[in-house]
Design a protein. Sequence first.
Length: 91
Amino acid sequence: MRWTSLIAIYVLFWSFTVFLVLPFGVRTTHEVGGEVIAGQAESAPHEFDIVRLAVRVTILSTLLFALFVANYTYGWVTPEMLNLFSSHKPE
């Protein structure tokens, strides 16, 4: 696989992982016991730490990407194994 393809796939893993990690560890102002500002949604996070989010996303996406590359290299799971409608059974 070319290095440009690897970068593009990593960027996709990173961007999808943002949505996976985003809801974890979020505490609302009500849960923290803070004062709600007028017009603020009740579900809004009390504090949003972009650096913490970026670190978590980078770690998780790198692990998932490493598994993807290892599977691509060693062929643990192939498209033929995932074809549920084929009459041919993989060996």
